[in-house]
Design a protein around this ligand. Sequence first.
Ligand code: PMP
Length: 404
Amino acid sequence: MSFDSRALRRQFPLFTRQPALHYLDNAATAQLPQVVLDALIAHETGRRANVARGAYPLAEEATEAYALARERVRRFLNAASVAEVVFTSGTTASINFFAHGFGARLGAGDEILVSEAEHHSNFVPWQQLAERSGARLRLLPLAADGRIDAARIEQFVSARLKLVAITHCSNVTGALTDLAAVVRAAHAVGARVMVDGAQAAQHGAPDVQALGVDAYAFSGHKCFGPNAIGVLWVRAELLETLPPVFAGGGMVGHVSLAKTTYAEPPARFEAGTPPIAQAVGLGAALEWMASLCWPEIRAHEERLGRCLLDALAAMPDVRILGPREMRERLPIVAFAVDGVHPHDLTQVLGDYGVCLRGGHHCAQPLHAAFGLEASARASLALYNDDADIDALLAGLDRARTMLR
Ligand code: PMP
């Protein structure tokens, strides 16, 4: 199928809204295509039952739909097995889950490495783990252009290093991390690499085997799927060694008054009734993504991102956070305008139908590294087009005049 951004946009009911919206907050959440809404409704109206419990046909159909969703996630990630795919409620839940499971084996003398560019969801769980386990949290610094300085990882690797928890792409600067360098250095000392894929996953399927990482987390709602569903993928050989974090129904082998044995992964890590329809919706979203022509989408997103970066770079009162070149980033562009608070700016833009986020974007350490409290952020997805960029730039001019 060849890429046509207008045809793509027509698949999203939100864009029939009048007056038209210029939705540029895709890093916060992406919109839902009709095919995903249809899949959700079909499931909830025709196949709603609990999974992995009942033996009647309706329950079996629901169980099969849930299993198919897992297989679709496996394909999206190019994971070796569905047993490596754990459904969670989102990236935050996936990372916390991993921090508790993997973290159970850490203690004083061990080290965890994160970067200064992390979203709070991939920072605070490790800070907490360090506090409760006695392990030491170390920080990979930023390069001058705001990228994670992966080349400096060599200074942090030693036999003490047990885990690197790092983002695939910054939700502020859009900068891509050199995961190959991170994996090489971490694995050389036997440390594991867990990747926060919340942003990267929206811009094309990550191949976890090619990346060589040990765990990968992402959210459904940023990948054109429903809320309250996410994934934690963990390499089988590691997942099998992790203790279950939550206990309850569905994750057990046998329970007696004296002792409980656990089910095999992934059931061992999915206690209680899972987010069934949400998983089905995510499966539909990932199938939809798989049906698209990604080289064309990448070229389209890159061209739009470059247009935006070039236009902002030509404004003397605008400071772009992160690398200037699109080849080093995804189309997520945070910027600061001299003398204009991002909250005021995004409010005025909102009045013109331009949806942009203003704030610290859950990345206060990163903003502190830039000497800022907050920024405005435009994040593009495959359905954005030149009209969205034009509306943003026109709104920026008007807001500047109004707010100064
Ligand atoms: N990590 C990154 C890089 C993110 O951008 C986000 C969402 N803004 C998260 C983690 C958290 O994702 P969620 O809120 O879906 O759990």
